[in-house]
Design a protein around this ligand. Structure first.
Ligand SMILES: *[C@@H]1O[C@H](CO)[C@@H](O)[C@H](O)[C@H]1NC(C)=O
Ligand SMILES: *[C@@H]1O[C@H](CO)[C@@H](O)[C@H](O)[C@H]1NC(C)=O
Length: 234
């Protein structure tokens, strides 16, 4: 069928003006069998003992939502949550700065204007580490011979040392880039040490807990290959 532009415009305006659907199924609406529990036969669901008004909804759902104060404070009769299977045996809050970056033992100055905030949680029983990393003022490309350019290295303040854990590089822009997640050992950095093994081989997060001053967090940039920022874990 062919329509002229005017006829098409008329059809569109007619459709917009008449949104109701005029349809009756064969046999009429009364003949339709709805699946159990839907539509017409909902009234066949008997009310629970005491009636619908007396149903106690689980906290946080349905009828009693207004009882949840916006502060997040639980109501008095709220049952205590089950004990969490997850816990950290230690946590670290590291502020990484350019001035702490060294190559060997020579300060390099890092990447001026950059900063790193590394919030780390360790469960040494599970050999688990979780991280929330935020970089500000990071520029250039991530640059490292390891799998990623965001690491925990083993070395004392003022000295270089091998990466033991590689985190996914933060994603974002120069104002703010973030990375978060958790990983469990065995750890792989993708960097071969002098013995030919991956520098993460055999590493356990318990070693960090035993001597946090012997480890630092950092990130490497193409504009500051030895490190853009660095922060000692203790
Ligand atoms: C590293 O590799 C060497 C062989 O090159 C091996 O003897 C050594 O045990 C390895 N180190 C670890 C920590 O597994
Ligand atoms: C670190 O210092 C060594 C020795 O001075 C030098 O050969 C190397 O290029 C430096 N590394 C970087 C990434 O600047």
């Amino acid at each position: 069928m062919k329509y002229s532009t005017a006829a098409t415009a008329l059809l569109i305006s007619a459709a917009a003006a008449a949104p109701t659907i005029d349809y009756t199924p064969p046999g009429g609406w009364e003949s339709i069998k709805y699946p159990d529990g839907t539509g017409e036969n909902l009234h066949e669901y008997p009310a629970p003992p005491g009636g619908w008004e007396n149903v106690k909804y689980p906290p946080g759902t349905g009828e009693n939502l207004p009882y949840y104060p916006p502060t997040g404070e639980a109501p008095k009769d709220c049952p205590a949550p089950p004990a969490s299977p997850f816990k950290f045996t230690s946590t670290y809050h590291v502020v990484a700065t350019p001035d702490q970056v060294v190559n060997g033992t020579t300060p390099t100055g890092g990447l001026e204007g950059a900063q790193g905030f590394y919030d780390l949680g360790i469960n040494s029983d599970l050999d688990l580490i979780c991280w929330s990393i935020k970089l500000t003022g990071f520029r250039g490309d991530y640059s490292s011979p390891a799998d990623t350019a965001t690491h925990i290295h083993e070395a004392a303040f003022g000295a270089s040392g091998p990466p033991r854990i590689a985190f996914p590089n933060p994603v974002g822009n120069e104002q703010e880039a973030v990375s978060y997640g958790c990983q469990v050992g065995p750890f792989v950095t993708g960097l071969e040490g002098p013995d030919g093994n991956d520098t993460g081989l055999g590493f356990k997060v318990a070693e960090i807990e035993a001597n946090p001053a012997g480890f630092f967090a950092d990130v490497h940039s193409s504009l500051a290959v030895p490190g853009a920022v660095r922060g000692q874990l203790a």
